[in-house]
Design a protein around this ligand. Structure first.
Ligand SMILES: Cc1cc2nc3c(=O)[nH]c(=O)nc-3n(C[C@H](O)[C@H](O)[C@H](O)COP(=O)(O)OP(=O)(O)OC[C@H]3O[C@@H](n4cnc5c(N)ncnc54)[C@H](O)[C@@H]3O)c2cc1C
Length: 616
């Protein structure tokens, strides 16, 4: 039978990263997917990044993944979100061309050495002695040393619009049946989730005089360190639903698959359908709708904020009540999709399953939602599967290293019954986990896997330069007159004596770039090439106190992470543990006291009991 080191099932965003990483690490890899022409398709909104998701994309860039570059190349509009708030939560987002994105993804994969792309649906895993050995592919056995499942929304999937049900994981695509049964057969715990998508309308049927233009940033920033420049080539538009829209939508509730019980899986609470929004926030007369072009050359618009699975006639009538959409024509109706997922408590931080050696899961199959969550898991699974084969150390991103760590830790320990989306509020060390410092956090830890091509040296040089700048700033004293001239400029109160430059920068409105512009103290750092270095140094100085506190907290966090619980530990032997804690601990089998303390339902008292028992 044909042999591969690694087989990746599924050519979505998780599968792309997993297959590419494994192949770049020198493993003979096969990517098997139902339809090779749909590799990299953006099932929902053609958009990458966004709040906290943008952080994930930057982390993928630092580790050496491909999503950031594809997003830059296919990007139509770029925006940094949350810039009115602190730098910790600034998040890059792009609107992308839905045809170019998969096109570039497929091109890049085809050029990857050691990677074979095969078309077909995998229904059965081959397993012996608690270790995965391969898959059954078109009746033929393919063997592998590691298998990465990235099946997305396709396992036993069904789509719904009103009372209409079609089997399939995405419009015009079939469902993957069989794989869930194979997982169940090996004792895995499988659940059901739901997600949905809005209608697409024809761009030439919108009345643009009635909608508000939403432009991209004046100075758009790329995701990837390899991209020197990106451009905004489209505008998006904002409009809103009205009372009348809601009244029409309510008429469809009786036929909604969500309300009739046709769909039982939980949908994403943070990204509700329009019917859900009206039902849950009944007091609101209006909800914002964004009209986002799906491509440069095509004629379709994604109606963001109007995800729905209500009957087609209701979708049509309701959309026509929205300003600007009175004469719109629908290209594709909205629908919901329900699919099987793998409860992520069954995996380790490496994304390898606890039950079967060599089996990894990544992406929406693990109960997450979103391209970025999927891609970052794919990257970690690909690296770890290859590391296992190549005898390299495993890669575990901790909560203090990055949002990827936060997400995986949450998945493993919380293993929720609803789709998981990353948020900045989930990270406790936000000021350290910024979108602008991903390389600083992750490059050293991951460079041994060799996913970079040398272009990252520029970023690392910039980091060294910044450190040099920060060192050089420490001794600079600014005379009283010069300081007060600067303070007047930014309407800050004056000082009575000369002041250290670093003290001045702690004032909210004072920046290094202003000091550079108005004085000669930073003459060595003139020129736009140093802009981002100065900007980051500013953050380091302004938030020095908070950053120091975070670093101290991380030390404590690491201390608990290093208090290891042996894998054979018998929780039943600790009589005083509460029943609930015992059940949770036995189910998740945390590797450390730190991890145990983050499992919901495990009380601090029980953690103390465990610590004492482990010391004995
Ligand atoms: C209708 C819809 C609405 C969505 N709405 C949202 C949303 O509102 N917000 C959001 O963040 N995300 C949404 N998404 C999710 C987003 O598309 C996914 O998060 C993302 O695509 C997941 O990437 P993935 O790689 O895990 O899986 P996918 O992109 O789903 O890719 C899975 C791939 O695996 C292949 N495959 C599956 N099973 C097999 C098998 N047995 N053998 C071979 N190949 C197989 C499929 O052909 C597919 O190529 C939506 C998805 C859909 C379909």
């Amino acid at each position: 039978m044909p042999n591969y080191d690694i087989i990746v099932i599924g050519g979505g965003h998780a599968g792309i990263e997993a297959a590419r990483a494994a192949a770049l690490m020198g493993c003979n890899t096969a990517l098997i997917t139902m339809k090779t022409s749909t590799i990299g398709v953006l099932s929902c909104n053609p958009s990458i990044g966004g709040s906290a998701k943008g952080h994930l994309v930057k982390e993928i860039d630092a580790i050496g993944g491909i999503m950031p570059l594809i997003a830059d190349r296919s990007g139509l509009q770029f925006k940094m979100l949350n810039t009115s708030k602190g730098p910790a939560i600034w998040s890059p987002r792009s609107q992308n061309d839905k045809y170019l994105y998969p096109g570039y993804a497929q091109q890049m994969l085809k050029k990857t050495a050691y990677l074979t792309i095969l078309e077909g649906t995998i229904e059965k895993l081959l397993v012996s002695e608690k270790e995965v050995r391969g898959v059954l592919f078109n009746g033929q056995e393919l063997s592998c040393k590691a298998l990465i499942l990235c099946g997305g929304t396709f396992l036993n999937a069904a789509m719904y619009t009103g009372r209409d049900k079609t089997l399939g994981g995405r419009v015009n695509e079939l469902a993957a049946n069989g794989l869930s049964d194979s997982l169940l057969e090996h004792g895995f715990d499988i659940g059901r989730l739901k997600t949905g998508t809005p209608p697409r309308i024809f761009a030439d049927s919108v009345d643009y005089s009635k909608v508000r233009i939403e432009s991209g940033d004046e100075h758009p920033q790329p995701f990837s360190h390899k991209t020197s420049q990106v451009r905004n080539t489209i505008a998006c538009y904002a409009t809103a639903t009205r009372k009348e829209t809601h009244a029409i939508l309510e008429q469809g509730f009786a036929d909604s698959p969500m309300f009739t019980g046709l769909i039982t899986g939980q949908g994403p609470r943070y990204c509700p359908s329009i019917e859900d929004k009206i039902y849950r926030f009944n007091e609101r007369d209006s909800h914002q709708i964004m009209l986002e072009p799906e491509s440069l050359k095509g004629n379709t618009i994604y109606v963001n904020g109007f995800s729905t699975s209500l009957p087609k006639d209701i979708q049509e009538q309701a959309l026509r009540t929205i300003p600007g959409l009175e004469h719109m024509r629908i290209e594709k109706y909205g629908y919901a999709v329900e699919y099987d997922f793998f409860y992520p408590y069954q995996m380790m931080y490496t994304l390898e399953s606890k039950r079967l050696k060599g089996l990894y899961t990544a992406g929406q199959i693990n109960g997450t939602s979103g391209y970025e969550e999927a891609a970052s898991q794919g990257l970690i699974a690909g690296i770890n599967a290859a590391a296992r084969i190549k005898g390299l150390p495993e890669l575990v991103i901790e909560r203090s290293d990055g949002y990827i760590g936060v997400m995986i830790d949450d998945l493993v320990n919380k293993s929720s019954d609803e789709p998981y989306r990353i948020f900045t509020s989930l990270a406790e060390y936000r000021l350290l986990l910024r979108q602008d410092n991903a390389f600083e956090r992750l490059y050293e830890k991951t460079q041994i896997y060799g996913l970079h091509d040398g272009s990252e040296k520029r970023v690392m040089n910039a980091i060294s330069l910044r450190k040099k700048l920060e060192e050089s700033l420490k001794g600079i004293k600014i005379s009283k007159d010069e300081a007060n001239a600067l303070y007047t400029e930014v309407q800050e109160s004056p000082v009575k004596e000369s002041e250290l430059l670093t003290t001045m920068c702690k004032r909210p409105a004072m920046t290094l770039s202003l000091i550079r512009e108005k004085t000669s103290h930073l003459d060595a750092w003139k020129g736009t090439a140093f802009d981002s270095i100065l900007w980051q140094a500013d953050i380091d100085i302004k938030y020095e106190g908070y950053i120091a506190r975070h670093l101290a907290d991380i030390e404590k966090f690491k201390d608990l992470e290093h208090k290891i619980i042996p894998s054979s530990y018998d929780y039943d032997s600790l009589q005083s543990l509460s029943k609930e804690s015992k059940e949770k601990l036995k189910k998740i089998r945390p590797h450390s006291i730190g991890q145990a303390s983050r499992i919901p339902g495990v009380s601090p008292t029980d953690i103390s009991l465990l610590v004492i028992d482990l010391k004995r």
